[in-house]
Design a protein around this ligand. Sequence first.
Ligand code: NAD
Length: 308
Amino acid sequence: MPAHMIDGESLAAELRERVERETAELEASGVIPGLATVLVGDDYASEAYERRVKRLAEELGCRYVSERLPADAEEAEALAVVGKLNADPRVSGILILRPLPRQVNEGHVYRTLDPLKDIEAIHPDNAGLLALGQPRFVPSTPSSMFWMLDRYVESTGRDPKTFYNGLDLVLVGRSNNVGKPALWLGLARNATVISAHHYTAQAGRLEQHTREADILVVAAGVPRLVTGEMVKPGAIVIDVGINPLKDEATGKVRMVGDVDTESVAEVAEAVSPVPGGVGPITDVTLLANTVLAAKLQRGDAAVRGFSL
Ligand code: NAD
């Protein structure tokens, strides 16, 4: 039987209602949540992401501020932009778009962020809190992956509070923004978490691990890296990859995932597609984190993230 296709658009719509409600409540108390993005250079995927979150912020009634620097900007200019946004009371949350050009050190930029505006939990304070299982913010992509997984599990009549206990969760990709924070979220669900990455593939051992996975999450940025024969029958597969692929004949660019959906769907229990999978949920979660940041800055010490 072909795998269930997990519908990210409808899950995003559910979450969106929640964010809309919370934004309206905040606005009634005189607070308008504000999201700022910082883009250095002109990366195609980052520009597309910037356009999407701008539109979404405006639709949800949030403020949106775009800061752009040229690809040859000095690190000091990037740090100055972050400093300006830290000090701007209209900005609740700041998203630094990746990749940053070589001359701008990511770590220096992240450490400059105001931890209360660091909605992607990339400042060492927030990354540390997440690792300790006491998150202030949960970064939008890992949060969305698990929101999707939990909701899918629930929809099949299983309890997400116990479902992961002892299961093999294999994460392909170990970036600071996606793969590493996802490790903590998997451990928090009592899964047996395995991190596979570039060197795993180079050692010829990627398939050995993916074939063991009860739950397989792929965030490597390699188009169609994982195919059906690399997946255990009955696994749940989440495709995080978003890779622009240009059709040479038409010149049109379309997005493909890190998973070969067609062949994986022949063996898996469920698979998330690209587009229409994790991506739309991530966009909304980013705004959810912006709302959370606005509440934290207002002094609501007891508020918690959306999906831990
Ligand atoms: P990244 O380039 O920072 O990290 C890629 C990771 O994959 C690294 O840890 C690397 O070791 C690993 N890797 C590379 N080649 C590999 C291979 N052949 N086998 C196994 N592992 C390999 O990328 P990122 O920011 O983590 O993003 C990963 C993918 O997810 C990209 O396609 C990106 O566009 C996408 N993404 C999607 C969302 C979303 O909301 N859906 C959000 C962020 C990123």
